[in-house]
Design a protein around this ligand. Structure first.
Ligand code: ATP
Ligand code: MG
Length: 396
């Protein structure tokens, strides 16, 4: 097991000017670069793509595959601390970095658990945190003998799923057997369909010393398995929910001996109880609002945790609505067009973030807007205006 703790404590905090390493070149890496550079750090991004959102703004882009030993060595030589922006980075890469003396956060141990749903579910349950009833599936027969109470359910590939990919809703055992054949994967979890009232998520930042802070829970709306809207207003949350969710997040982070930023996605059921759906070992789409609405952003916290700096303030300064901008907005009747950015920017406190991706595709995350207001109602009204300018469906 490797964690940043292995690094001698005397090298932290890393002074500004130090290099921080990022595995992955997507938008999360890009927003990390912005936060790190603002604090005076330099960032090396390792990503195989020639043209990537983070590679374009990093101080150095090491163009290599995530398991390329030479690329990893280059990263290790330059960066005393390395983090990741996506959970599917090979655990062996994190291990190699740690073996070369790099402080890796989160560590290979935590990432290896959350990148495999069968391990993740078992871990969450063993930490005493409730999850939806499920059964691990390693062969078709596991579905044949699964409890009838898991139907209707969802068959989820254990690895490499995101944005609802690698998941099939199954009404019956027969459908689940068919879905297993279709998914053609080595392992799955079969999960009972939970009676959701709504979904929330909590972003937590935890330092090497075990200090942890949580943000106010975001209430999330998904469309076609992809996050569409996150709304944050602590005053609009049910009494006690924030405390319950924060407690779960802190418990899970502690059990993982976690260093860095992670997100705990939860289901609030119709009976008011709370289940944990999954953990993301990195900043999360539902935490993007923190850049514009909180004392310190989730990316700022990622920098702070890896550099050994004090954690930032997670207080919500103003209510917010975050709208994801998918590539779909670039098309009208199948013809590509430029969305009406001026219409968005005319809206007061509409903070537009575009990730610099050159090719819009259906379902591809191209950017987001965080709209803030003095009250939630004001933020929602403004969000409706911004959405209207883009032809985006938004119903508060
Ligand atoms: P993402 O990358 O957006 O987190 P994912 O591919 O990791 O997605 P999940 O988070 O497991 O997938 O599921 C996507 C969505 O499907 C959830 O946010 C929820 O709306 C719905 N869902 C998943 N599992 C269940 C369940 N057991 N019962 C009801 N709805 C579910
Ligand atoms: Mg999810």
């Amino acid at each position: 097991m490797t964690s940043g703790k292995d690094q001698s404590a005397s090298s932290f905090p890393l002074p500004p000017g130090s290099w921080l390493g990022m595995l992955g070149g997507g938008q999360l890496g890009r927003m990390f670069c912005h936060a790190a550079q603002r604090l005076g750090y330099r960032v090396a991004v390792l990503d195989p793509a020639q043209d990537s959102p983070a590679g374009a703004v990093a101080d150095l882009h090491i163009r290599a595959a995530y398991d390329d030993a030479e690329g990893i060595r280059q990263l290790a030589q330059r960066c005393p601390a390395v983090t990741t922006e996506f959970e599917n980075v090979p655990a062996s890469t994190l291990e190699q970095l740690a073996a070369e003396g790099v402080a890796v956060s989160p560590g290979a141990f935590a990432v290896a658990i959350v990148q495999d749903r069968t391990k993740e579910k078992a871990f969450i349950r063993s930490a005493g945190v409730p999850v939806a009833p499920y059964a691990p599936v390693f062969e078709k027969n596991d579905i044949a003998i699964a409890s009838q109470s898991l139907f209707p359910g969802i068959l989820k590939a254990a690895r490499l799923g995101y944005d609802g990919k690698g998941q099939v809703r199954v009404a019956t055992r027969e459908e689940a057997m068919q879905a297993w054949d279709d998914l053609k994967t080595e392992a799955c979890v079969l999960e009972a369909f939970a009676p959701l009232d709504y979904e929330i998520s909590v972003v937590i930042a935890r330092g090497r010393d075990g200090q942890a802070v949580t943000y106010d829970a975001a209430r999330n709306e998904h469309r076609d398995g992809i996050l569409a809207v996150s709304t944050v207003d602590p005053d609009a949350l049910e009494p006690g929910l924030q405390e319950r969710a924060s407690r779960l997040a802190k418990e899970l982070a502690r059990e993982l001996d976690y260093c860095g930023v992670m997100c705990v996605e939860c289901f609030v059921l119709t009976d008011g109880s709370l289940l944990v759906n999954e953990i993301a070992p990195r900043p999360h789409n539902s935490g993007h609002h923190t850049i514009d609405s909180c004392g310190s952003s989730q990316f700022d916290q990622q920098v702070r945790t890896m550099a050994g700096l004090p954690l930032g303030c997670t207080q919500t300064l103003r209510p917010s609505v975050m709208l994801n901008l998918l590539g779909d907005l670039w098309f009208e009747n199948g013809v590509q067009r430029e969305p009406d950015w001026a219409g968005v920017l005319r809206v007061p406190q509409a903070h537009l973030h575009l990730y610099g991706k050159t090719e819009p595709r259906l379902g591809r995350k191209m950017g987001h807007i965080t709209i803030t207001g003095d009250t939630l109602a004001q933020a929602q009204e403004r969000a409706a205006q911004a959405a209207g300018a883009l032809g985006l469906v938004y119903q508060p």
